[in-house]
Design a protein around this ligand. Structure first.
Ligand SMILES: *[C@@H]1O[C@H](CO)[C@@H](O)[C@H](O)[C@H]1NC(C)=O
Ligand SMILES: *[C@@H]1O[C@H](CO)[C@@H](O)[C@H](O)[C@H]1NC(C)=O
Ligand SMILES: *[C@@H]1O[C@H](CO)[C@@H](O)[C@H](O)[C@H]1NC(C)=O
Ligand SMILES: *[C@@H]1O[C@H](CO)[C@@H](O)[C@H](O)[C@H]1NC(C)=O
Ligand SMILES: *[C@@H]1O[C@H](CO)[C@@H](O)[C@H](O)[C@H]1NC(C)=O
Ligand SMILES: *[C@@H]1O[C@H](CO)[C@@H](O)[C@H](O)[C@H]1NC(C)=O
Length: 161
């Protein structure tokens, strides 16, 4: 799979779709995720997100016709929406290209999701993209690690799958 250089216009399209209550700070344009390595997502939320659980998805392609790559918070690895950071370990070997993530309340409206900018993903594409409607497969999903809260970082154990 080949992806062209992301235009400023395309980035603006993604960035314009921002939830009022969740704002993704990272990944952004300078970020690179490498298969087998770690990827961090950081965000800010408003008080109304306290007590809610969020899911994070990895996507690629044009913002208006994006390809759903993975539910990074599958298998019950949802993150509290009022946290500010989650680390994904063992990133699957997806094809190199420009990707972005989105964050939103579990089961919530897609209209309320917050989107990151495009960032580089480095991989050889030995893991193929999951079909959108099916359950994510445990074998290829990254593990979730070190979810932290703003005030006091929590050193949580890696989630079991
Ligand atoms: C990924 O993060 C874990 C801790 O969360 C660390 O032990 C490991 O070295 C990191 N791996 C890479 C490739 O950065
Ligand atoms: C947003 O979250 C970052 C951590 O990701 C934190 O350092 C920063 O203080 C937060 N900003 C606001 C306005 O809450
Ligand atoms: C996040 O929400 C939980 C309740 O689900 C609460 O216990 C925790 O203190 C909140 N953290 C922050 C930083 O607001
Ligand atoms: C999806 O996963 C859940 C638990 O992770 C399981 O209970 C359910 O049967 C799965 N559905 C399908 C269609 O595989
Ligand atoms: C992502 O996984 C969570 C379970 O951890 C599930 O509730 C949610 O529906 C999944 N989202 C998508 C888009 O598959
Ligand atoms: C991609 O394949 C090359 C050659 O087989 C290998 O050296 C490299 O480590 C692989 N990259 C990743 C991210 O797996």
């Amino acid at each position: 799979m080949k992806f062209s250089i992301v235009s400023i216009a395309a980035l603006a399209t993604v960035a314009a779709t921002v939830s009022a209550t969740l704002t993704i700070n990272e990944p952004w344009g300078e970020t690179t995720w490498t298969s087998g390595g770690n990827g961090s997502v950081t965000w800010n939320s408003t008080a109304e997100e306290v007590g809610k659980l969020c899911e994070i998805h990895l996507l690629t392609g044009e913002a208006t016709a994006a390809t759903f790559v993975a539910n990074l918070t599958s298998n019950g690895n949802l993150v509290p929406c009022n946290y500010t950071r989650v680390n994904f370990n063992h990133l699957p070997d997806y094809a190199a290209g420009d990707y972005f993530v989105r964050l939103g309340e579990n089961g919530g409206s897609m209209d309320l999701y917050s989107y990151s900018g495009y960032f580089k993903y480095i991989g050889n594409g030995t893991v193929t993209v999951e079909a959108p409607a099916t359950n994510a497969t445990a074998a290829t999903d990254p593990t979730v690690d070190a979810v932290t809260q703003p005030a006091a970082p929590v050193d949580s154990a890696p989630a079991t799958i």
